[in-house]
Design a protein around this ligand. Structure first.
Ligand code: 6PG
Ligand code: NI
Length: 184
């Protein structure tokens, strides 16, 4: 089936994308069980349920051959000493890669394999990171302003959150002495 060329405009400051984009908003309550300090999590949730991140997905057919893309905006904040992060996932089709390019702010891209390898890449504007096939990925905002990045991946890749909800990520980024530190 023939699809026609199109363009969108991306606002690097806010991550907003002109149509056709689908917006996905994740709040604190959507990340139950993922932050290290569960007492801090419950305490925060009893007071407020902030938006941790918004995803603006540029819609294309979810079929082999197409490339999906989105901006993700992670807002600044922490649960206890741990910076706000995305849920993180493997792709359902695990042999699919992804590219993340930072547009604004300061963050980390955490990656891990099912057999226990892990890598962290510091993301600042202009840094473009390659997530190879088989690597789960999570991003976080360790700065004081919104962290915005643009991601591109095979449109049929899908998301597999199960392993992350079960075991989490090996590495975490926490504030230590007022600075972000990657812990093993
Ligand atoms: C993808 C991308 C990216 C990601 C968002 C939110 O494969 O779709 O990695 O769009 O989904 O940054 O992260 P979570 O899906 O882990 O919540
Ligand atoms: Ni992905």
């Amino acid at each position: 089936k023939l699809t026609f060329p199109f363009k969108v405009d991306i606002d690097f400051a806010t991550g907003h994308v002109t149509a056709p984009a689908k917006v996905l908003t994740r709040r604190l309550s959507d990340l139950q069980g993922l932050f290290m300090d569960s007492a801090a999590y419950e305490q925060m949730l009893s007071r407020e349920n902030p938006v941790l991140y918004d995803v603006y997905e540029i819609q294309v057919p979810e079929e082999a051959g197409h490339l999906a893309s989105c901006t993700t905006v992670i807002y600044p904040g922490k649960v206890g000493k741990e910076y706000f992060f995305t849920k993180g996932h493997f792709h359902t089709i695990e042999e699919t890669a992804e590219i993340y390019t930072c547009l604004r702010g300061e963050g980390y891209l955490l990656m891990m394999t099912r057999d226990g390898r892990s890598r962290a890449i510091k993301m600042t504007p202009g840094v473009s990171a390659y997530i190879p096939p088989y690597w789960a990925h999570r991003t976080l905002n360790c700065g004081g302003e919104p962290f915005v990045f643009y991601g591109v991946w095979p449109a049929d890749a899908g998301h597999d959150y199960a392993a992350i909800l079960d075991k989490g990520f090996k590495q975490r980024v926490m504030e230590v002495d007022g600075k972000p530190a990657v812990t093993e």
